[in-house]
Design a protein around this ligand. Structure first.
Ligand code: 5AD
Length: 353
């Protein structure tokens, strides 16, 4: 089978995915990106959805080897936003015409069931935005309470589909637990997001193929693939970053395999390459997730160093993204950008929830 046929084939096998991830000539790689862009156009259209991130706390009970927020990083000043600050930031985001709010934090149980429920309920009362939670592995009862309070989506990256590597990277956690949590979240009605990091220490291209296939098996609504960036004061501080090229290839192959899912051009990709967002949007992505965490907190949310757009003001950030997105003939969506897998009837029901 030649490359053209492969790029147009349904149901790529693991071997075929690996073959595509290993493409090495400029010409072949550019065919892959072009086909991914085509499939993105067919499945998602030309609208780019913005998700406004608020990093509500950088405390974390976990000790992941790659992450700057890990519990044993004592060099990082820790913060928690107040509920009032979070709600005010959510309003700023919706006033910019962005209708998804992502509440993100380390695994911080001081933000307990009730406090998070209060924040969700308040934002839902005061704005028309969808709410995505990205708070790590929490209790099943908490997920349920937050759904009732009004949360719409949950983002919980699987990071790697290789159970051995998962065990190495995450001191206290297991891959099978993470998958159970994702399945539970889906069962109780969340739109779910997951994904990996590309270029983690010891990771192989076979592992990345498994990541993409796991995303398919989980029937995700959103799948994120971002490069690993070594973070100071972590066990992996001296490891190499993932590459922009392998990240873009992963996103492109994921678009071919997963088709009608949301795929973001991540901030980590933009951190490694000034044009990372545009390159991502041209290789299968249809989402951008700008950070609206107010200063001085934003500087302290150091998952990895030198994050892109660290000092942008909200209004500037919005106009800068608009310029970039329109420069490639795309436009910013004015909708919430719900799952591409919902039927029209489900969308109508959803908007009344
Ligand atoms: N480089 C890139 N991404 C990282 N994350 C955590 N640490 C790093 C890093 N060093 C990502 C993970 C995690 C999310 C909070 O940030 O995917 O799920």
């Amino acid at each position: 089978m030649d490359l053209f046929e492969l790029l147009h084939k349904d149901d790529l096998s693991k071997e075929e995915i690996i073959f595509l991830l290993n493409l090495s000539t400029k010409e072949d790689i550019s065919y892959l990106y072009t086909r991914a862009d085509e499939v993105r156009q067919i499945c998602c259209g030309d609208e780019v959805h913005l998700r406004g991130i608020i990093e509500i706390s950088n405390y974390c009970d976990q000790d992941c080897f790659y992450c700057g927020l890990r519990e044993s990083n004592f060099n990082l000043p820790r913060y928690r936003m107040t509920p009032e600050e979070v709600i005010a930031t959510a309003k700023t985001i919706t006033n910019l015409g962005i209708f998804t709010i992502v509440l993100q934090s380390g695994e911080d149980h001081v933000f307990d069931t009730d406090l998070i429920a209060y924040i969700i309920y308040s934002i839902k009362q005061e704005t028309p935005a969808a709410i995505t939670l990205s708070l790590g592995e929490r209790g099943f009862d908490e997920y349920r309470t937050w759904k009732i309070a009004g949360a719409d989506r949950y983002l919980l990256k699987h990071e790697t589909a290789n159970p051995k590597l998962y065990g190495v990277y995450h001191n206290k956690q297991k891959l099978s637990d993470r998958i159970t949590h994702l399945k539970f979240l889906k069962t109780i009605g969340y739109q779910i997001g997951s994904g990996n990091m590309v270029g983690l220490p010891m990771q192989t291209v076979e592992d990345i193929a498994d990541d993409i296939l796991l995303c398919k098996q989980l029937d995700l609504d959103m799948a994120a693939f971002g490069p690993f960036i070594p973070s100071p004061n972590t066990p992996y501080q001296n490891k190499k970053s993932g590459t922009v090229e392998l990240t873009l290839k992963t996103m492109a192959v994921a678009r071919l395999v997963l088709q009608n899912v949301h795929i973001p051009a991540t901030t980590a990709l933009a951190t490694l390459d000034v044009d990372g967002r545009i390159k991502g949007l041209n290789s299968g992505a249809n989402i951008v997730m700008p950070d609206f965490t107010p200063s001085p907190y934003r500087e302290q949310y150091q998952i990895y160093p030198d994050r892109r757009c660290m000092t942008d003001e909200p209004q500037n950030c919005r106009s800068c993204l608009q310029l970039q997105i329109e420069s490639i003939g795309r436009r910013i969506s004015t909708s919430r950008g719900d799952s591409l897998k919902l039927t029209p009837k489900e969308i109508i029901n959803w908007s009344f929830k």
